[in-house]
Every structure is written in structure tokens, then in C-alpha cells.
Design a protein around this ligand. Structure first.
Ligand SMILES: [Zn+2]
Ligand SMILES: [Zn+2]
Length: 181
């Protein structure tokens, strides 16, 4: 059996194939993302870089996109923002996301793989699947409960944008109550 490539070798091979310059910045960013846990924005990853190493935001954006392309990172588009997670050699998993605060959690449940493997996709070969389950976390549920009390007393016109957004989540929760128990 062929020995698995290290992430550095994977990156080097990809950049060679694409005729890209193998800059020290790209390897330094790889070092940083290899050690991060969870899901992070471009700015958060910039802040994780060693202080003696300056990387511009533009370089960070393009490097993270490159890492997604060569399978070193997963990119999750959440409410218009991109969050990155180290992917190389990490087990298949799914995600659940709070629509209130946009936090994302990992979900390891083989039942999801079983369902997607059984799902019929005519004239289409499946490669992988990633399921996102949207909902509302316990902190936002408490926020919502407080807001509902406030709404009983006040008119919607006095509500902030954020409160209106939460009120819409509550409406949606009421609608799906029949499916998700
Ligand atoms: Zn939340
Ligand atoms: Zn994840």
C-alpha cells in the first residue's frame, strides 16, 4: 500500500501541478490551520498566525481557498461568511448550525451516511455528503423566550432588527414543529 502523503507533501504536489510558487507564507498558514480545532473565519485564522509572521488578508483569503481546493480544509458558508475547518485525514462528519448566533457544531452520526448511501441518485455517482441541520441553540432559545415576554407587552414597531430576526426564527420553529420533534 502506498504511504499516505503528509499535508505538506499534498500542498507541495498541488502547487507543483498548478505551477504555483511555493511561498513560505503558504506553509506557515498550513502549520496554523493544521493545529486549529473547530470552525474559524479568515480573520480568526489571521489572528492565530505567529506574531513575527506578517500575512496580508488578501494572501490569507487566496491561500485558504487554495487549501479548500486541494482538500486540506473544508469551507462552510454560514450566513454569508466562510468558516474553515481542517479537513485532511479528519473523519467524515456533519454539522448543526444555530440560526440565532450562527455557531456551528460537529455532528458524528453514521445514520446520516446510511441514509445518503441508500438515497437513489439516478445517473449520478456519489462522492461525499455533508449535511447541515439548522436550528436554535439553548442560549438563543433562552433569548427567544425573553423576547416573547417582551413582545407580549410591546408592539413589533419597537423591536430592534435583531429582535425581529429572532421573532422570524420563532415563527419558523412553530411551522416545523410537526416535522421535527
Ligand atoms: Zn445560538
Ligand atoms: Zn466540522
Amino acid at each position: 500500500m502506498q504511504k499516505a502523503e503528509t499535508p505538506h507533501e499534498r500542498l507541495t504536489r498541488f502547487m507543483n501541478e498548478q505551477g504555483m510558487r511555493k511561498t513560505p507564507e503558504r506553509y506557515a498558514i498550513l502549520e496554523t490551520v493544521m493545529h486549529m480545532k473547530g470552525h474559524h473565519s479568515t480573520d480568526q485564522i489571521l489572528a492565530m498566525m505567529p506574531s513575527n509572521f506578517h500575512v496580508s488578508r488578501g494572501t490569507m483569503y487566496s491561500t485558504l481557498a487554495l487549501f479548500v481546493e486541494c482538500g486540506l480544509l473544508y469551507g462552510h458558508q454560514i450566513d454569508g461568511a466562510m468558516l474553515y475547518e481542517y479537513a485532511y485525514g479528519s473523519p467524515v462528519h456533519h454539522h448543526y448550525i444555530c440560526t440565532g448566533c450562527n455557531k456551528i457544531w460537529d455532528l458524528h452520526d453514521t445514520a446520516i451516511e446510511e441514509v445518503t448511501s441508500k438515497a437513489k441518485t439516478p445517473r449520478f455517482k456519489k462522492l461525499r455528503s455533508n449535511t447541515y441541520i439548522y436550528g436554535i441553540c439553548n442560549i438563543c432559545q433562552a433569548k427567544l423566550a425573553r423576547l416573547k415576554k417582551k413582545m407580549e407587552k410591546e408592539k413589533q414597531a419597537n423591536m430592534s432588527r435583531e429582535e425581529l430576526r429572532f421573532a422570524r426564527i420563532d415563527e419558523e420553529l412553530a411551522k416545523v414543529a410537526e416535522w421535527f420533534k
